[in-house]
Design a protein around this ligand. Structure first.
Ligand code: NAD
Ligand code: DAU
Length: 341
């Protein structure tokens, strides 16, 4: 099988490329990545060669996309602008990469009848009330996102991802593109950019900077290890039903304050040794995924079921790979500081 992986030099895309490289030796992978600030050739450098190729380019470049798509059997589409805080400062690149980029890829998939898997996010559904505000603390039906949940995005990032999902629906129904969509919850693990919550706090502590919590830290995210996201995407790509959407999650709900306290404790610090900073405007309260469909229909299950253990591995990875993040740390923190965060 020849696979085109867009955004394969970013966090989740590069983890997927490693996953396929390690588990499916019959697959040749073409990574198309623009190497924006979030992309890093080092993420896949050790496996570039006969089976993994990097093409540096933009998914909005229709000519380049056309040339690549005609050579492959399937596209797994990760490339996107992915950070909510950046989308609040400047939405324009989000429209370009997330909407026009997805459109450009879909047109090529249509032309060459190539299988298309679209990687999306649970954020397209907006947010859920905190469990503490629900009757019976939200135990029972209706407290998680399902494929029936209404699209209700909150930020420029999530609204462009929602738009990209809609394009996939339209191209599947009207043009018969053989597509599937997955909406996954918050990923953690190696190679995540240090602008994001978990790596930002770990690298703050390693740099002698106090961790930064938005608001009260009551907001809940449903954490999944990126390797489990990769196995789920592979399962959907190879066994999923065309036209279907699958939600990916590993039952990892944690509020931000608890996650930060776990990091501090694991790194030998006092669990109150952090600063509360300005909250994110429009900050989604809670995400939670019901992944029953993926588990029952396609037989997928996650490997990392204990968040604290997965988090410890992640802390160790950032501790061991200071050379990977050090050069960028100052600029990332300066940008946050300008925004009061
Ligand atoms: P990331 O920001 O770490 O990586 C994105 C990659 O896409 C980078 O390598 C970047 O260079 C590349 N890219 C961006 N614009 C491009 C363009 N126009 N042309 C070519 N390459 C381009 O993002 P991530 O966290 O790895 O997320 C990957 C995908 O997974 C995104 O589509 C995101 O919406 C989705 N997703 C992320 C999460 C999460 O927790 N991070 C959860 C669910 C879904
Ligand atoms: O749910 C999936 C989404 O998860 C993906 O679609 C996005 O691409 C990905 O970035 C992530 O979005 P979040 O906005 O949830 O992730 P982020 O790491 O930016 O923030 C996680 C939570 O931590 C959020 O509630 C905001 C908070 N936060 C974040 C930062 C950077 C802090 O409290 N302090 C911080 O310094």
């Amino acid at each position: 099988m020849k696979l085109l992986v867009t955004g394969g030099a970013g966090f989740i895309g590069s983890n997927f490329v490693h996953y396929v490289y390690n588990n499916h030796p019959d697959v040749e992978i073409f990574v198309l990545d623009k190497l924006t600030y979030a992309g890093n050739k080092a993420n896949i450098a050790t496996i570039l060669g006969d089976r993994v190729h990097l093409i540096v380019g933009d998914i909005c470049d229709a000519e380049l996309v056309d040339q690549l798509v005609q050579k492959v059997d399937a596209i797994v589409h990760y490339a996107a602008e992915s950070h909510n805080d950046n989308s609040l400062q400047n939405p324009a690149p989000f429209l370009h990469s997330n909407v026009v980029g997805t459109y450009t890829l879909l047109e090529a998939a249509r032309k060459y009848d190539v299988r298309f898997h679209h990687v999306s996010t649970d954020e397209v559904y907006g947010d859920l009330p905190l469990r503490e505000d629900l009757p019976g603390h939200g135990e029972g039906v209706g407290e998680k996102f399902t494929t029936q949940s209404r699209y209700n995005p909150s930020s420029p990032y999530s609204s462009t991802k929602a738009a990209s999902d809609m394009l996939v629906h339209g191209w599947t129904r009207s043009f018969g593109v053989r597509a599937t969509i997955s909406n996954c919850s918050n990923n953690y693990g190696p190679y995540q950019h240090i602008e994001k919550f978990i790596p930002r706090q770990i690298t703050n502590i390693l740099s002698g900077i106090k961790p930064k919590l938005y608001g009260t830290g009551k907001n809940v995210r449903d954490w999944i290890h990126t390797e489990d996201h990769s196995s789920a995407v592979w399962t959907i790509l190879t066994k999923g039903k065309i036209g279907e959407t699958y939600l990916i999650g590993a039952d990892g709900e944690q509020d931000n304050k608890t996650v930060l306290e776990m990091i501090l404790k694991d790194m030998g610090k006092d669990s109150s040794d952090y600063e509360q900073v300005k909250d994110r405007p429009g900050h989604d309260l809670r995400y939670a995924i019901d992944s029953t469909k993926l588990r029952k229909e396609l037989g997928w299950s996650p490997k990392f079921t204990d968040f604290e253990t997965g988090l410890k591995h992640t802390i160790q990875w950032y501790t061991d790979h200071e050379d990977w993040w050090q050069a960028e740390k100052q600029a990332v923190e300066a940008k946050y500081a300008r925004n009061g965060q």
